[in-house]
Design a protein around this ligand. Structure first.
Ligand code: URA
Length: 235
């Protein structure tokens, strides 16, 4: 693929803007400055550098973000900044979007992609991808609440009770629960229906993919092939 086209695909602006970056010797290919916008580059395993920042060639931009509190998952947020504002401009230019939504005050693992198929597969209700949440509750958790959450609680507007796939006491006011659905405010509504109240909510994992300990709130990282496997997604 032509170098100019690679930059354009990765969100570095118009062809003209990309050409200018290359002509100004701001672009390196596998460590070597390249000033030819029309050079044919093998994209297999390619790392290119723009103005000192390394970029892996990525057919799709798929990443994980440690969502901090105070950000909305919408592309057009109403009251708080969008999670997308935490990403470099080049990724936003690629039209990435969150896979599913976390509430503004929920923290933890959020996946973001411009790969429509990945988004579809992971959001699909049929696939029942398990998501693990850690909820801090207002009142101490008791076994009765756990039992209710495991048996199923009735939520407004839902025809049938909804049960957690797994649920355990993780501390006096800490509840770890696994859901396979993604209904609006589902954890908060389920915990309220069981007679408690969520004061803080954090998503620890999606499928087998855990939020890495060293990914701090507000930080993001590319999804690797291993991560994709943990999500049960082999493109
Ligand atoms: N359930 C909720 O109530 N809120 C979230 O952000 C995610 C799941």
């Amino acid at each position: 693929m032509q170098l100019e086209r690679i930059l354009q695909k990765h969100g570095f602006g118009t062809r003209k803007a990309c050409r200018s970056l290359i002509r100004h010797e701001l672009v390196a290919v596998n460590g070597q400055i390249s000033d030819n916008p029309f050079a044919e580059i093998d994209t297999n395993g390619l790392i290119f550098t723009v103005d000192g920042v390394d970029w892996p060639y990525a057919e799709f931009a798929s990443l994980m973000l440690h969502k901090p509190s105070g950000y909305e998952c919408s592309r057009k947020p109403l009251h708080h900044p969008s999670v997308l504002s935490l990403l470099p401009m080049q990724l936003r230019e690629r039209d990435v979007q969150p896979i599913g939504r976390l509430d503004e005050d929920t923290t933890g693992l959020l996946l973001i992609t411009d790969d429509g198929q990945l988004n579809h597969v992971l959001s699909s209700a049929k696939r029942k991808v398990p998501k693990v949440y850690l909820a801090t509750t207002k009142h101490p958790i008791d076994q009765g609440q756990i039992d209710q959450l495991l048996t199923g609680v009735l939520l407004n507007d839902e025809p049938e009770p909804i049960a957690a796939a797994a649920c355990e006491i993780a501390g006096e006011n800490l509840l770890r629960l696994t859901l396979t659905g993604g209904k609006y405010h589902q954890v908060k509504r389920m915990v309220a229906a069981a007679g408690n109240r969520v004061e803080a909510l954090h998503r620890e994992s999606i499928g087998e993919l855990q939020l890495p300990d060293d990914l701090k709130p507000g930080e993001w990282r590319w999804l690797s092939a291993v991560d994709m496997k943990k999500l049960g997604y082999l493109a």
